[in-house]
Design a protein around this ligand. Structure first.
Ligand code: B12
Length: 217
């Protein structure tokens, strides 16, 4: 199977909510030695965008959304070892505490960000989903983190990113931690507006942003 066909199969596996197809296409991708990140971007994530659009138009409902997430994860089970194996970094770059904002349970994208940061040499503390601003700060202190990363997929939970920056200011710790934000409704404009140090559209970008931030330290 060629590259484009595999991407198409990954895309269709999500849109058709077909776990078996997802695993098969992911295995094929690994066999053909294609960059798994390209498969995520050009296949799986594109499928998720279509699922999101259909959900918005009431063409599908919550159970399908949940199942699409499961299909994505089953492809990731195949791709993750390959991504980790391709990571070639040895030297430790820095420490990052990462989580999804309070009230938000989306974590597929955030987990990919965590995985890529690890392969790039960061020590990553993945706090999971629905994380309060107080917990972000508490865990960053415990881990002696350099960077705090906040993911938000809902317009309503985007404010959690601003709340963290406000909390850091209030507690006199704004200069202690760099803050990186991401997720669907976030943007560079938003990051600038709330005074975040970095923003990334994709997990790959999250890594370059984190590397840039750490080099400035
Ligand atoms: C799967 C999914 C779910 C799953 C999540 C499963 C899980 N374990 O994560 C479930 C079923 C739980 C779910 C629930 C809901 N969802 Co939902 N969901 C999605 C869907 C289809 C895909 C998200 C996804 O995983 N994408 C794939 C990953 C790889 O991409 P990503 O998350 O964007 O992450 C990438 C980048 O954003 C970036 N990134 C992510 N985090 C970070 C962090 C940093 C620091 C950086 C730098 C970068 C970065 O890197 C990632 C990899 O490249 C989206 C549609 C969409 N296109 O986003 C809707 C979507 C996000 N959901 C939506 C909604 C409305 C809901 C619900 C409210 C539905 C409901 N009525 O209950 C609930 C909310 C529950 C809650 N409290 O959080 C809306 C949000 C609208 C809005 N703007 O507010 C969307 C956009 C669908 C839509 N178009 O209507 N959902």
């Amino acid at each position: 199977m060629n590259k484009e066909t595999i991407f198409e199969e990954l895309f269709r596996a999500i849109v058709e909510v077909d776990e078996e197809k997802a695993r098969e296409a992911a295995n094929e991708l690994v066999k053909e030695k294609i960059d798994p990140l390209e498969g995520i971007e050009k296949g799986l994530s594109k499928g998720m965008d279509v699922i999101g659009e259909r959900f918005e138009k009431f063409e599908i409902y919550l159970p399908e959304l949940i199942m699409a997430g499961d299909v994505f994860n089953s492809a990731m089970e195949v791709l993750e070892p390959e991504i980790m194996a391709r990571g070639k970094s040895v030297a430790k770059k820095g420490t990052i505490v990462l989580g999804t904002a309070k009230g938000d349970i989306h974590e597929i994208g955030k987990d990919i960000v965590a995985m890529l940061l690890k392969t790039a040499g960061f020590e990553v503390y993945n706090l999971g989903k629905d994380v309060s601003t107080a917990t972000f700060l508490q865990e960053a202190e415990k881990a002696k983190a350099d960077i705090i990363g906040v993911s938000a997929l809902l317009t309503t939970t985007l404010l959690g990113q601003k709340d963290l920056i406000d909390l850091l200011k209030e507690t006199g710790k704004r200069d202690r931690y760099m803050v990186m934000v991401g997720g669907g409704p976030a943007s560079q404009d938003w990051a600038d507006k709330i005074g975040a140090d970095g923003y990334g559209v994709t997990a790959k970008e999250a890594v370059s942003v984190a590397l840039k931030l750490i080099s400035k330290k």
